[in-house]
Structure formats: structure tokens, C-alpha cells
Design a protein around this ligand. Structure first.
Ligand SMILES: [Fe+2]
Ligand SMILES: [Fe+2]
Length: 164
């Protein structure tokens, strides 16, 4: 998705034309998949379990940085979504915000993923026993299992509210 959005960003810069449907798909991907499903498992399960451990200062700092980055990414996606909505309503200036936020997000995600994959998750596993690791895996599966239901429950509830 980051590669696709990066290509979309290139198109916007070249043509000043915006595919608002695709930006909405990107926003939904970031919110539902990256933020709720993926960061959800990190924050609500892995980081929760790590907080119970005596972490090395560098691991503690890295976990704090990752949490801050998740917050930062959520805010950027919020601004991207708002600007896309403004563009749809006819505000052509919103394209500047969209270019800015898309540029930030497409640069941010590969760095964030590399930080986690190369510098955090493997050393972090050392804090856990085999039993603790498999308990977390079970919880990850359960978390994921619920996501599809949560996604579509929210979608329906959103429409119910707007029709009420
Ligand atoms: Fe993360
Ligand atoms: Fe991650």
C-alpha cells in the first residue's frame, strides 16, 4: 500500500489530479489494517507484556519511540483523511495538504517497519519464555479473528447513525 500510495503521490504531483477514492482506500488501510489490526497487536498485547518486564534502557526507549510514532502516524492519517474530504467538497487547495501528508506517510512507514523488524522485535523476544511467546501468539490470533467483525459492525453502525 505504501508503494501504491507513493505512485499515486507521483501522479498527483505530475498531473494535479487526485484519485480521491484511492486516497480513501489508503486511509482505510492505514486505519483498519496498519493502525487498528497491526499496531493494535503491538500496543495492546506485545507492549503490554513488555511493560511487565525489566527492560534494558535502550529497549525501553525504543518501545516508547515506537508508541510515539504510532501516535504521529494516526495524526497524519487523520489530516490526510480530512484533506481528502475537503478536496471532495471542492477545496482544490487541499491537494497541498494531501501531497504533504502522503509524502510524510510513505517515507515514515518503511523506516518504522525497519526499526521494529531489524532493531526491536528480535531482541524483545528474549524477555519471554516459550510459554509466554505462545500465549501472546494465541492472543494475536484471537485479536485478528475479531477484526473483520469489528470492521463491519462499525461500518453498519456508522450508516445507522447517519440515517437516524
Ligand atoms: Fe509499529
Ligand atoms: Fe509494526
Amino acid at each position: 500500500m505504501v508503494n501504491l500510495l507513493d505512485a499515486e503521490l507521483g501522479d498527483i504531483e505530475k498531473t494535479s489530479h487526485l484519485n480521491t477514492d484511492f486516497i480513501s482506500v489508503g486511509v482505510d488501510f492505514f486505519r483498519t489494517y496498519a493502525d487498528r489490526t497491526h499496531h493494535g497487536k503491538e500496543e495492546l498485547i506485545l507492549f503490554r507484556e513488555l511493560s511487565k518486564k525489566q527492560l534494558l534502557p535502550e529497549d525501553e526507549r525504543m518501545m516508547e519511540r515506537l508508541i510515539q510514532e504510532h501516535i504521529w502516524a494516526r495524526e497524519a492519517v487523520g489530516r490526510l483523511c480530512a484533506a481528502n474530504g475537503q478536496y471532495i467538497q471542492g477545496n482544490r487547495d487541499a491537494v497541498k495538504v494531501i501531497i504533504y501528508e502522503l509524502g510524510k506517510l510513505t517515507r515514515f512507514y518503511p523506516m518504522h517497519i525497519e526499526k521494529e523488524d531489524e532493531h526491536f522485535f528480535i531482541p524483545a523476544m528474549e524477555y519471554f519464555s516459550q510459554e509466554e511467546r505462545s500465549a501472546m501468539l494465541d492472543e494475536f490470533w484471537e485479536f485478528d479473528r475479531n477484526m473483520i467483525h469489528e470492521k463491519y459492525r462499525k461500518l453498519v453502525e456508522g450508516y445507522e447513525k447517519s440515517n437516524a
